[in-house]
Design a binder for this molecule. Structure first.
Ligand code: AMP
Ligand code: MG
Length: 490
């Protein structure tokens, strides 16, 4: 093998070293005659791969599952989880493999190959990923990163003409995902529900050693780990709510133990503000509706608590669970204040925000567009571009009057210009609306044209900046986007 490859990526396999109870060795089954669809240079940099190397043959062969790099020990991880509220005793990596951990210039990353073929956990699945859902994950994980939200990252997509059968015949693809950890709430649930308490402890020790070294050796290290999971989940979901992101499948097997957004499927960003928004068309009961994400986050933390009862007392677990709600609400209120450009705190801020969101719901006001336009709010003018977003502009006028008074009380703290600058860094101009991903997918599938993927990638990595050549994506979504439907199938 090429010397350069050997020097590029240094794998560690600390998870593999936990042994066969936790994961199973599986060799990736590569896709035939692959080509590179897109590669994310920002993510490559995290691994210390430079741009020139991305064009080399080894990179394509590697990211399409056709070679295993020296030092990498591919494993399928086992986990279980609550899917739509019901416990499924064994899930696991059915179509993805942990290739190992790579020490990059700024930290260590799990490298995961998604779509790498069947594993002992594939159940009835083919182990494959399709181009469509790979593009969605690729773009959305980089969108959340661009928005400053903790997430897995995406390095590359490779594709092939191999057919994959879903509702229709689709094209096979493989995605390389980077994560700080692939340990899920469901990883703990798996061992707990089998009565394998020793493995629960080994897994907890692993998470602490790898991700929370400051807790290692402390008496209450397991409580610290649980508290970290609960707090980071509460903070993460507050960020999702503030930016209008719906995950779509918040099953406990899709919840990262360190609180990163994980497993992108039928996600969606809000267009018009609507708390009832259900992005996943398979979610008939609306379990994962936008407004339910915070409570589901807590429900999931509760499932995790249950899985840790061999390590911690119910009293201690309950005490930590009780921290979730206030922390979530504090975080969300603070994020909403930032969206309004407020630097001080007043007790009526919550009602100022609630009343705005109620009016936005009633008037079907686009969430992203409204807040971006709010950055240019004028204290002394009528703010036509904002009021025009409301079916009933009087609803905006009433709220704007209160907002204006609230801003006046802040004016000693910061000027309107300072407020505007801060708001432009908080309220993105661009988010990945479903129709945007769809445009990129159609060009990719129909014409083999991947330029829109790269264009969206660049745009969404800096969503707070102006991009004059992408102005169309800052407007209301086109009417045809209403017909799009995304489901769990991928
Ligand atoms: P997801 O909904 O993608 O989080 O997947 C839930 C579970 O189904 C995980 O255990 C996946 O590994 C598995 N799975 C999803 N799609 C496939 C597939 N095409 N082949 C095998 N397993 C799959
Ligand atoms: Mg999953």
């Amino acid at each position: 093998m090429d010397e350069q490859i050997i020097s590029t990526l240094h794998f560690k396999n600390s998870f593999a070293a936990l042994g066969g109870d936790f994961s199973t060795p599986v060799t990736p089954s590569g896709i035939e005659n692959p080509w590179l669809v897109s590669v994310n240079e920002d993510a490559a940099e995290l691994l210390g791969i430079d741009t020139a190397e991305l064009q080399q043959d080894w990179f394509l062969r590697w990211c399409s599952g056709n070679i295993t790099l020296p030092g990498s020990a591919p494993r399928a991880m086992v986990y279980s989880g609550h899917q739509f509220g019901s416990y499924v005793p064994r899930l696991g990596d059915g179509r993805g493999l942990l290739l190992g951990e790579v020490d990059g210039p700024r930290g260590k990353w799990d490298v995961h190959l998604k779509g790498a073929g069947q594993t002992p956990y594939s159940r009835f699945g083919d182990g494959r990923a399709v181009l469509r859902s790979s593009i969605r994950e690729y773009l959305c994980s980089e969108t959340l990163h661009g928005l400053g939200i903790a997430t897995t990252r995406a390095l590359s997509i490779a594709a092939s003409n191999e057919p994959v059968y879903r509702e229709t015949t689709e094209q096979a693809a493989m995605l390389i995902r980077l994560a700080r950890s692939h340990v899920r709430f469901g990883s703990f649930e798996y061992f707990h529900h089998r009565g394998e308490t020793e493995q629960v402890q080994i897994l907890a020790d692993h998470v602490i050693e790898q991700h929370l070294p400051e807790l290692a050796g402390c008496n209450d290290c397991y409580l610290g780990m649980f508290r970290h999971a609960v707090h980071s989940t509460a903070r993460l979901i507050a960020q999702w709510q503030a930016v209008g992101f719906a995950h779509g499948v918040m099953n406990t097997d899709n919840m990262s133990i360190i609180g990163d957004t994980l497993d992108y499927g039928p996600f969606g960003f809000l267009d018009g503000y609507n708390p009832e928004f259900i992005c996943n068309h398979s979610d008939h009961g609306g379990r994962y509706a936008f407004k339910r994400q915070p409570i589901i986050g807590l429900w999931n933390c509760n499932a995790l608590a249950n899985a840790l009862t061999s390590l911690l007392s119910v009293e201690a677990l309950t005490e930590v669970l009780e921290e979730y709600e206030p922390l979530f609400f504090d975080n969300l209120l603070q994020l909403h204040r930032q969206k309004l450009g407020l630097v001080t705190a007043e007790k009526d801020d919550q009602s100022l925000i609630d009343d705005l969101l109620t009016a936005m719901t009633a008037n079907n006001v686009d969430y992203t567009i409204f807040f971006r336009k709010l950055c240019a709010f004028q204290e002394k003018r009528a703010n036509d571009p904002l009021r025009d977003l409301f079916l009933d502009p009087a609803a905006f006028d009433g709220w704007a009057k209160r907002y204006r008074q609230r801003l006046l009380r802040e004016s000693e703290q910061h000027s309107a210009a300072e407020r505007r600058q801060a708001m432009l860094k908080t309220n993105p101009k661009y988010v990945l609306r479903n129709y945007m991903a769809e445009i990129a997918i159609r060009k990719a599938e129909d014409d083999g044209d991947y330029r829109e993927i790269d264009r969206l990638l660049k745009l969404l990595q800096t969503p707070f900046d102006e991009h004059p050549d992408c102005e169309e994506y800052a407007r209301h979504p086109p009417a045809w986007s209403q017909q799009l439907s995304v489901s769990c199938s991928s």
